[in-house]
Design a protein around this ligand. Structure first.
Ligand code: NAD
Length: 467
């Protein structure tokens, strides 16, 4: 069992890339800086280890991953402390402890998901069966918002399917991912899974390297496009989990008080830095004032502060750059005549990148805060009179990750959901992903699925045996 101190000591170095605590804006540790040569070494090691791993039975691989899940669970508090320090999300609420719970939960769900050969033809004359074979080596590149959880979404199914993995976490949150791998690797063959902390250049090298039969990427659309271009010559298989600008549509039959807390966490989980968070809220005019009032009451009462303080449930933005994005979008919204219902008044001189929970209404759909992904705690609320109009507005733009419909009539909500262009639509919640339900985007939010049996298949190559 690790303590915060022992875990930090295991993954940090004395001289390397400074890792910033977003609650103070000051470095609290240094991360190793992997070179392109380190990447070549990691590829050689994974190539050496992978055939034996792939030759193990599925049962044996699942047993190793199960021990890895136990290992993370035993050091859960230490890992949560590190995530809170490095990424900023509070230990409490749906924060850092919740993230470590998801690491363990997704490992266990990945182990528990059955993947049987599929007999697709068996008519007495022909027989065809689909198997999923290991790809070989999988390259993984991740973001900074849920660093350990998203890393697990990538490495757990890749390993289960018999692959070796080389992973590059975001340069802003390398330690959380190095620490997760440090624990998991106690139960895996040497060299099979390597995490390399590095910057964009290392990511580019993974994207273009012919050693990887698959690259799985979670991050911005622009980087996803760069990886597509870089990997084109190798015809590398890709899963691209990209940004979202998720709409929520509140129908006139809701009880505003009953849905307010769900709306709040749908938008403000991880201080809004979540891919499938509620990023534009369309509310029917009949319930508009009540929904705004109930949401503002809840949002205004949520404590924000350093993630390591138990009483907080909202933390700082992880990077100064992201603070700048949110600040720009809110200032633009104000300049366009948007009404600040709550927040919108950050202390720009404070230590750390705290932006208060902010609600803005009175904007047009072409305001930047509505059109762009804010990835922070500033939610635009928009009024509609006709549900067809709300659906048309929700479907505008390139993104298609998630969406939600809020109603006391589930049947009506499902009808509306079917008309929204998004990979996942939640009814009366938002972003409540489940490890057995496939997750992925449409349109500019990317392609490929994670989780459940679809996620396992995506980490294998199909082979059809006839006869
Ligand atoms: P980002 O694209 O800036 O960086 C992601 C990773 O890509 C980092 O590790 C970075 O070093 C690396 N990278 C940068 N340039 C690269 C290049 N040219 N080639 C290869 N790798 C490169 O994204 P971010 O700011 O870390 O993450 C925020 C974005 O991620 C948001 O848009 C968010 O919606 C999205 N996101 C999506 C999901 C999802 O599941 N769909 C989940 C979390 C975050």
């Amino acid at each position: 069992m690790e303590t915060y101190e022992s875990l930090l000591a295991a993954v940090s170095v004395e001289h390397g890339t400074p890792v910033i605590d977003p609650a103070t804006g000051q470095a609290f540790a240094h991360a190793p800086r992997a070179t392109l040569d380190d990447l070549e070494q990691a590829i050689l090691a994974a190539r050496a280890a992978q055939p034996e791993w792939a030759a193990r039975t599925d049962e044996e691989r699942r047993a190793a991953l199960s021990a890895a899940a136990d290992e993370v669970e035993a050091s859960a508090e230490a890992l949560a402390q590190l995530i809170a320090r490095e990424q900023g999300k509070p230990l409490s609420g749906p924060g850092a402890r919740f993230e470590v719970g998801a690491v363990v939960g997704w490992l266990r769900a990945t182990i528990a998901t059955p993947l049987e050969p599929e007999v697709v033809v068996d008519d007495g004359q022909a027989k065809a069966t689909v198997y999923y074979r290991p790809i070989g080596l999988v390259g993984a590149i991740g973001p900074w918002n849920w660093p350990a959880m998203i890393a697990t979404w990538q490495f757990a199914p890749a390993l289960r399917m018999g692959n070796g993995v080389v992973m590059k976490p975001s340069e802003y949150t390398p330690l959380s991912v190095l620490a997760t791998a440090h624990l998991v690797n106690r139960h895996l063959p040497e060299g099979l899974f390597t995490v390399l902390a590095g910057d964009r250049e290392l990511g580019e090298a993974i994207g273009s390297h012919p050693a990887f039969g698959k690259v799985t990427f979670t991050g911005s659309a622009r980087t996803g496009q760069a990886i597509m271009r870089a990997s084109a010559d190798n015809l590398t298989r890709l899963t691209l989990e990209l940004g979202g600008n998720d709409p929520g549509i509140v129908l006139p039959d809701v009880d505003p008080k009953a849905i307010a807390e769900g709306l709040f966490w749908g938008a403000f989980i991880n201080t809004g830095q979540t891919c499938a968070a509620l990023k534009r809220l369309y509310v029917h005019e009949d319930v508009y004032d009540d929904v705004v009032q109930e949401l503002a009451a809840i949002a205004g009462a949520m404590p924000m502060g350093p993630g390591t303080d138990e009483q907080n449930v909202l933390g700082p933005l992880t990077t100064e750059q992201q603070f700048g994005v949110v600040d720009r979008l809110v200032e633009d919204a104000k300049a366009r005549g948007g009404r600040v219902v709550l927040g919108g008044d950050p202390d720009r001189d404070a230590a750390g990148w705290f932006y208060p929970a902010t609600l803005i209404d009175g904007l047009d759909d072409d305001a930047d805060l509505v059109r762009e992904e804010q990835f922070g705690p500033a939610l635009p609320i928009l009024k509609y009179a006709d549900v067809d109009d709300a659906i048309e507005r929700a479907n505008r733009g390139d993104a298609g990750l998630g969406a939600s419909v809020w109603s006391s009539d589930p049947e009506r909500a499902r009808e509306v959901a079917a008309r929204i262009q998004a990979g996942s639509v939640w009814i009366n919640s938002h972003g409540t992903i489940h490890p057995m339900a496939p997750f992925g985007g449409v349109k500019g939010s990317g392609y490929g699925l994670e989780f459940g049996v679809e996620g396992l298949k995506a980490m294998g190559v199909p082979q059809v045996i006839h006869g």
